[in-house]
Ligand binder design. Structure first.
Ligand SMILES: *[C@@H]1O[C@H](CO)[C@@H](O)[C@H](O)[C@H]1NC(C)=O
Ligand SMILES: *[C@@H]1O[C@H](CO)[C@@H](O)[C@H](O)[C@H]1NC(C)=O
Ligand SMILES: *[C@@H]1O[C@H](CO)[C@@H](O)[C@H](O)[C@H]1NC(C)=O
Length: 240
């Protein structure tokens, strides 16, 4: 995605450099106005560059959103699976206790549910804080990319201000030099901010994968412990 954007932006700069020469010659022969052909080309190119960069930042936002949904989904599924695995033994034990007043369990159903929820919450705690960190970091990274898109959008106005003067025949040529130089700088910043954003995505993916494995082991252990505990309770209840 990044190299594609850079390619397009580089092409825009080349096109502009070409147009600038042509426009410049035309200008020497024809009348000087504030809004000569070069200025229009700059406006058009800025529009195209903004639209390309905007697409890039939307694609980045989609990736960020998918990663967030992915991590949040993993947390939900892990918890729901563990609950589902336990629900049978919890139900059985509860039925047994209810139908047998001599059993005197040291727990209530509510307490047990709370305990299981609490322990499973502990299993997905790391994933939860990874999600929170990612939410903040990716928001900043995206804002940084969008900042550069805004800078491109403001370039025509900025460069016309610098170059525009009815008495100066080189005005719009100056404007496009301003545009080319500024674009080169923005291009670099944009590439860096995209690189930073993809690093955050890649690192978060890797960390999330590791933490999902850990959380699965952890919740399997919770299921095992609670299951064992309840089966013991059932045995005691049957013997009472
Ligand atoms: C990403 O998610 C945010 C918040 O959930 C939403 O407002 C935004 O429209 C989404 N963006 C894309 C490109 O899907
Ligand atoms: C939850 O249950 C475990 C045993 O299954 C027990 O060791 C622990 O003390 C309980 N915790 C709470 C908060 O009830
Ligand atoms: C990219 O990340 C580096 C290191 O975190 C930071 O110094 C730099 O300012 C960032 N660049 C952009 C354009 O966000």
């Amino acid at each position: 995605m990044m190299s594609q954007t850079l390619g397009v932006l580089a092409l825009l700069l080349l096109t502009l450099a070409d147009c600038q020469e042509v426009g410049y010659e035309t200008k020497m022969e024809t009348e000087t106005t504030n809004y000569g052909p070069v200025t229009m080309v700059v406006d058009n190119l800025a529009e195209i560059a903004v639209s390309v960069s905007d697409d890039t930042s939307i694609q980045l936002e989609e990736k960020i959103n998918r990663t967030r949904q992915n991590i949040a989904g993993n947390i939900e599924v892990l918890t729901a699976n563990a609950m589902a695995e336990l629900s049978d033994v919890i139900y059985e034990t509860n039925q047994l206790v209810v139908s047998n007043p001599d059993c005197n369990p040291a727990w209530s159903l509510d307490e047990l549910n709370e305990n299981v929820t609490h322990q499973l919450g502990g299993c997905t705690e790391d994933l939860g804080s990874l999600l929170e960190d990612f939410r903040l970091e990716s928001q900043l990274a995206l804002a940084r990319v969008q900042e550069f898109v805004q800078q491109i959008a403001h370039l025509p106005a900025k460069c016309q201000l610098l170059g525009a003067s009815p008495l100066n025949p080189l005005a719009s040529a100056g404007g496009s030099v301003c545009f080319i130089n500024a674009m080169a700088e923005i291009n670099l910043g944009m590439a860096q901010s995209m690189h930073n954003a993809s690093l955050i995505l890649v690192q978060t993916h890797q960390t999330a994968e590791d933490q999902v494995v850990q959380a699965q082991l952890c919740s399997a252990m919770v299921v095992q412990h609670i299951g064992d505990y309840l089966r013991e309770e059932q045995d005691q209840c049957r013997q009472s």
